[in-house]
Write a protein that binds this ligand. Structure first.
Ligand code: AMP
Ligand code: GLY
Length: 418
């Protein structure tokens, strides 16, 4: 089977790597660290299966375009991708479907939004309605900071059009969990749960990022928790989408909080998580292409199979990320890291160094530059291997969190937000 993966980050490298176990894979546009990358657009590539990685092309209707041309596509159309493209629409659908989620209001006028803040408890959550590359969420205990965010979002100053509507949510606390389900329009099967680390600093401090690391499995999320997520969140959401005439074929990624009052959906994404994909996909024992092709065809017939092994990924970021990442620094150590037992380096924000178009020498070219995944028989070994890989990787100002999966290997509940 020939598979075309769309995207250019670490998630797409992981997809290509795991699909490559059984298929020929091209990645568009990819990056110079991903084998099989091509600048030819997906619409001009003849493939048996198209797998769309990022949210933006899904929201823009690339899946619809490829399907209209007769392609077999894994990824929702623009109608289903609204789940991620508009948080206000997503919240309305969750409420209608009876899915547990934080209480919220949605606003386009500052006065009404500021009035809503006065009705809330002591933890404020402000979100842009539209896409903001994972950075449009503020969680704060300060009423003043929340009010400033409301004003700067609504004025368009902070996030342009994406912020002209805001969703304000009740602040929840508890460990977070990502459950990614593969859907064929009617049925859904869960992949192994993962936990990611969104804040830039150790101990979950500082601004939100796209994700600084992840691990899987999650000791706190046994089969019972996953079954609850499927019964109370993913199943009803898929049914509500179907009722609205939406044939959802792709990943439904539930970002959850395990609160003292049960699971709550914080968000849905319409694609694989990044960096969750870098731990969830390499652990698969069954064939990924068969799974995704079945979902894309509307006839899921296989279930993902996992062994007892574990994976931990650590993101290596550029100096200045997330505010203003420095680019253009030469990267060293990728081959040495890959040579470590159980280690795979996934490339994200990289560019060819000088004339080296063959991918042999790379420069930093984005905020999240690489994700170093370690795999092993248990989380402790996987974590040790990931960090052993990281020690080889270097460039001026390279930044990593040093506490990815630290709580999990100690058997505690994991991170508690905020
Ligand atoms: P989201 O993109 O909606 O998942 O939000 C990003 C991060 O903000 C989440 O991973 C949580 O850490 C935090 N967050 C989002 N919504 C809430 C909430 N209602 N209460 C507390 N924290 C939240
Ligand atoms: N890791 C969070 C995301 O992919 O949205």
């Amino acid at each position: 089977m020939k598979v075309c993966v769309v995207g250019h980050g670490g998630r797409e490298h992981a997809l290509a790597h795991v699909l490559g176990r059984s298929c020929d894979v091209v990645v568009t546009p990819g990056n110079p660290g991903i084998p099989g990358s091509t600048s030819t657009p997906a619409t001009e590539i003849d493939a048996d299966l198209y797998v769309i990685g990022p949210e933006a092309p899904l929201v823009d209707g690339l899946a619809d375009e490829l399907r209209a041309a007769g392609g077999l596509v894994f990824g929702p159309g623009a109608d289903g991708a609204r789940l991620e493209g508009s948080k206000a629409w997503m919240k309305e659908l969750l409420v209608a479907a009876g899915v547990p989620t934080a209480a919220h209001g949605s606003f386009t006028e500052a006065e009404a939004a500021l009035g809503y803040l006065d009705t809330m408890g002591d933890l404020f959550v402000i979100k842009t309605d539209g896409l903001a590359a994972g950075k449009g969420v503020l969680v704060t205990e300060s009423r003043g900071e929340a009010a400033d965010a409301v004003r700067s979002y609504l004025s368009g100053e902070a996030f342009g059009e994406a912020g002209r509507r805001v969703v304000i949510e009740e602040g929840l606390t508890g460990p977070e969990l990502s459950v990614l389900a593969v859907c064929d329009g009617h049925r859904a099967v869960p992949l192994a749960p993962a936990q990611d680390f969104k804040r830039i600093g150790n101990g979950d401090v500082g601004p939100n990022t796209g994700g600084m690391g992840a691990y899987s499995p999650v000791p706190v999320a046994g089969d019972d928790v996953v079954a609850e997520v499927m019964d109370r969140a993913v199943g009803p959401t898929l049914a509500a989408l179907r009722q609205r005439g939406i044939d959802y074929r792709g990943v439904l990624y539930a970002g959850l909080m395990l609160t003292p009052h049960g699971i709550k959906v914080l968000e849905y994404n319409v694609r694989f998580g990044d960096p969750e994909a870098q731990v969830v996909l390499p652990r698969l024992r069954s064939d990924l292409a068969e799974l995704l092709a079945g979902a894309a065809a509307g006839s899921l017939t296989t279930v993902p199979e996992y062994g007892p092994d574990a994976a931990v990924t650590v993101v290596c970021a550029a100096a200045g990320y997330p505010a203003a990442p420095r680019v253009g620094d030469p990267i060293v150590g990728i081959d040495e890291a890959n040579a470590e037992e159980g280690v795979t380096v996934f490339c994200a924000g990289v560019a060819p160094a000088g004339d080296h178009q063959d991918g042999r020498r790379l420069n930093t070219a984005g905020g999240r530059v690489l994700a170093v995944t370690g795999q092993g028989p248990d989380l402790t070994t996987a974590r040790d291997r990931a960090y052993a890989g990281v020690t080889h990787i270097d460039w001026p100002g390279r930044y990593v969190r040093t506490d990815i999966a630290a709580d999990a290997v100690q058997g505690t509940l994991g991170r508690v937000a905020p």
